[in-house]
Design a protein around this ligand. Structure first.
Ligand code: NDP
Length: 248
């Protein structure tokens, strides 16, 4: 199914983990995909190679989503080079976990700046080209922690819940321009982010998940692909939960 032929997709944090699977999937549907990263260029190059080896198209673009000026410049460059930014997936995210009582202000700020403010910067920049074309898709990667809360993740949960509010307000503001805005809220997905959890926590998690396994990045990519495609054209302001039944 190459239903995204002619579209340009930007995936923040697209170099590895869930972002990589999203890049591979959107490129397989015919989109030209911009793989964003901030520090590990080798991971971005690996993702580009996977896409190109499959006969699809991808470019790499390095910027920090938390830096407003850098985001603006990057989107200007992508529009100049590719003509548009039709699909934006706000996927870049970090954790700085710790109990509230011990959480440093810097842990709060770093997570907010990357996970929430970064999405605001990117959506604002990407929407200019979308409005001109009267077509666009913004997909924000939230988290089960943002809807159910999670001890040790006050900063992360607040940022991910914030993304859902951003999604709904943007969806209402941009609907008249044929731009849909949705969130995808993954549960526990096997990536470097969850590899950080110790074995005991991972075993406990599996007991909390009705389907009793961690999800894969491809499970999330499938939901993003659906929302980005014409099949998702009548869906806006929603949150799609991909969590094995962990939160219902
Ligand atoms: P990873 O840690 O595996 O990858 C994170 C990606 O984000 C990397 O590409 C990284 O680039 C990029 N990134 C981090 N900070 C920035 C920044 N300031 N600017 C640009 N890019 C940045 O994460 P996952 O794949 O596990 O998670 C992806 C998204 O899904 C995140 O938003 C996460 O919160 C969310 N999520 C993940 C879940 C999971 O179980 N894994 C569950 C629920 C939600 P670089 O390598 O260059 O640093």
């Amino acid at each position: 199914m190459r239903s995204l032929e002619g579209k340009v997709a930007v995936v923040t944090g697209g170099s590895r983990g869930i972002g990589r699977a999203i890049c591979v999937r959107l490129a397989s549907m015919g989109a030209l995909v911009y793989i964003n990263y901030v520090s590990r260029s080798s991971a971005a190059e690996e993702t580009q190679k996977i896409i190109q080896d499959a006969g699809n198209r991808a470019e790499i673009i390095c910027f920090d989503v938390a830096q407003g000026d850098a985001v603006q410049e990057a989107f200007k460059k992508m529009v100049a080079d590719a003509g548009s930014t039709d699909i934006l997936v706000n996927n870049a995210g970090i954790t700085r976990d710790g109990l509230m009582a011990r959480m440093k202000e810097s842990d709060w700020d770093e997570v907010m700046n990357t996970n929430l403010k970064g999405a605001f910067f990117c959506a604002k920049a990407a929407s200019k080209a979308m409005m001109k074309k009267r077509w666009g898709r913004v997909i924000n990667i939230s988290s089960v922690s943002g809807v159910a809360g999670n001890p040790g993740q006050a900063n992360y949960s607040a940022a991910k819940a914030g993304l859902i509010g951003l999604t709904k307000s943007m969806a209402r503001e941009y609907a008249s321009r044929n731009i849909t805005v949705n969130s995808v809220a993954p549960g526990y997905i096997k990536t470097e982010m969850t590899d950080l959890l110790d074995e005991k926590t991972q075993e406990q998690l599996k007991r909390d998940i009705p389907l009793a396994v961690l999800g894969s990045p491809e499970d999330v990519a499938g939901a993003v692909a659906y929302l980005a495609s014409e099949d998702g054209r009548y869906i806006t302001g929603q949150t799609l939960h991909i969590n094995g039944g962990m939160y219902m």
